[in-house]
Design a protein around this ligand. Structure first.
Ligand code: PPS
Length: 561
């Protein structure tokens, strides 16, 4: 069996570690770390490094590498201007784990500044930052460095080690088990009875063993954390044929790229030794805020059908199954008897039932899966939350926040932490000014602290100006999966703030003594989706705080008697 891994021999690895001491380094972020792991373990074959410029352009334009091979997603290493300015073709760069270990050495082929908008349009068919792939792309460093990789070691994993396999290991395992035909089931969600049924049918129809191959790297914002999901998959294993089912975790950074993503997933599964791949309806397709999909439901299946001969793995279109009450079993559309009653629990309905602690029927899922999800979704009254104020200086954020804190301490048992603009700038961000970069850093720090508080089931009340939509969204995404996130826009108009001018800062800004003052000569991007909008022209500070308490109570975060 030809090995796919790019990891060098132990002797060469020792040499590379010595060499790395003298080389420029790049500290990988998590996204890059996941890409590097799958490059080095061979899951991204035929790639043997991060894409160079010509390959990148070919992949964006028509999903082809220079060699002519099919490859739909650009796997690039984005770096800072600083590193890009110091390396050129032929140079070597040490790629380091966030903890400092050298994981691989990159021999640079090209350095260039990509057009991210054009890349988004080509790969995702949109430049809307509602698309998580586009959003991530826009956060990338400005330059790309391409080149081949010598793998020193794979990044260490400290969780579920026995459920992780490289492509070489999985192929060997299939051979050991005598599995010639294996159908892979990709998922980023918990599995319930319907998923098991359709995966089981796919494996029976194709006379193949079943690989449950969930993604545990980056999935879509708001998805259930992988620890809870793995508990679900382990429970599901108890309900699948033990000698022809296997679970393996895939540390992939998904792009949510719909059809191109589906093609990518199938090429990856081929590298893992699978012969068949189940492709779902709207496979890896994200949704807009209004609920609409970015891609058509069958776009992915159609794209894969066009390239069927070349992919090297047989595509199994996912057959929807539904629970038919009178038969007590799951059936496909063609099998459902006319007039029979079909039961369904949608994703939104499931989330509602979990949130409210109401019944989840046994025909829908397995008791152990429901239990794992309930552990992950305690009722809101036991979750942490963040109240994130935003608004101009002098809008009243701090005053309302102070009153809110006092009220929360009176009625809620959670410990409450105030992260007011001034408090943070004294204790966390004393070295920062008011440039966009510094403001973003300031808000990210607040977001980080608030996310830790929320995760640990406390209440965080933040009250910075937070003038940029994108940064606020990042904070929301960081926190939403951990507990509640309530954005409160204190919408006091600039004229009112300026007239109040409690700190005399507006007068200084008008006189040009302070430059870059929010609302005067620096932007404030008004929120579009704040959970609570407060008009201090209409309400007193006391009434405003009440408006937030009402919201928290209505949403079930606090229960007042
Ligand atoms: S930001 O944009 O969210 O990082 O700002 P924040 O940390 O909330 O800090 C805002 C407080 O700093 C004072 N201040 C300024 N605000 C805006 N622009 C400029 N250039 C500026 N310089 C100083 C101001 O008092 C803000 O306090 P609040 O409580 O909002 O009035």
């Amino acid at each position: 069996m030809t090995k796919l891994s790019l990891i060098v021999s132990p002797e060469r690895s020792a040499e590379l570690k010595k060499e790395a001491v003298q080389l420029p380094s790049w500290d990988l972020n998590f996204h890059q770390l996941w890409d590097l792991e799958l490059l080095m373990n061979g899951a991204f074959r035929p790639l043997t490094g991060f894409l160079g410029k010509a390959d990148y352009e070919g992949v964006c334009k028509n999903m082809r590498l220079e060699s002519g091979d099919l490859w739909p997603i650009p796997i690039t290493l984005d770096v800072s201007e600083e590193l890009a300015g110091t390396v050129s073709s032929g140079d070597r760069v040490a790629l380091r784990h966030p903890e400092g270990m050298v994981l691989g050495i990159l021999t640079v082929s090209d350095v260039w500044q990509p057009d991210r908008q054009a890349e988004a349009e080509a790969v995702f068919g949109t430049t809307s930052d509602e698309h998580p792939g586009v959003f991530d792309l826009m956060q990338c460093n400005p330059f790309n460095v391409g080149g081949s990789i010598e793998g020193v070691e794979l990044p260490p994993h400290h969780t579920y080690q026995r459920l992780r396999h490289t492509p070489d290991e999985l192929r060997e395992e299939f051979e050991r088990r005598g599995w010639e035909r294996v159908v892979a089931f990709q998922t980023r969600n918990p599995m319930h009875r319907a998923h098991v049924e359709l995966a089981r049918r796919a494996s029976t129809e194709h006379d193949a063993a079943l690989l449950i191959h969930p993604v545990v790297g980056r999935t879509s914002p708001g998805d259930i954390d992988y620890f809870s999901r793995v508990r679900c998959y382990q429970a599901v294993l108890e309900h699948t044929p033990p000698h022809s089912t296997m679970l393996s975790l895939l540390p992939l950074a998904m792009r949510m790229g719909g059809p191109r993503e589906a093609l990518w997933h199938s090429l990856i599964r081929k590298n893992f030794g699978c012969t068949h791949f189940i492709v779902g309806r709207d496979h890896a397709g994200p949704r807009r805020k209004n609920g609409e999909s970015f891609y058509g439901p069958y776009d992915a299946q159609e794209l894969l059908a066009q390239h069927a001969d070349e992919i090297g793995i047989e595509i199994v279109p996912f057959k929807m199954v539904s629970y038919v009450e009178e038969r007590g079993e799951y059936l496909t559309e063609e099998e459902i008897p006319e007039g029979a009653k079909v039961l369904n629990v949608s994703g939104t309905e499931l989330r509602r039932r979990l949130r409210e602690g109401s019944d989840i029927p046994g025909w829908f899922s397995y008791p152990e899966v429901i239990e794992a999800l309930r552990r992950r979704h305690p009722p809101r009254s036991r979750q942490g939350y963040t109240v994130f104020f935003t608004g101009l200086s002098g809008s009243g954020k701090s005053t309302i926040a102070q009153i809110l804190i006092a009220k929360l301490m009176e009625i809620d048992e959670r410990p409450v932490t105030l992260l007011d603009g001034d408090i943070v700038r004294t204790n966390l961000s004393s070295e920062l000014g008011f440039s966009r970069e510094h403001r973003d850093l300031n808000i990210q720090r607040i977001g980080f602290v608030a996310s830790e508080i929320t995760k640990n089931r406390g209440a965080a009340v933040c009250a910075p100006i937070a003038p940029y939509t994108q940064t606020r969204r990042k904070v929301r995404e960081l926190i939403e999966g951990l507990g509640g996130f309530v954005e409160v826009w204190v919408s006091t108009p600039i004229e009112v703030c300026e007239e109040r001018d409690r700190k005399g800062l507006y007068a200084k800004a008008r006189a040009g003594i302070i430059k870059g003052f929010t609302g005067i000569d620096d932007p404030y991007e008004a929120p579009e989706n704040a959970e609570v909008v407060i008009d201090t022209g209409e309400l007193t500070a006391e009434q405003s705080a009440h408006q937030i308490i009402n919201y928290l109570e209505h949403e079930g975060f606090i229960t007042t008697d």
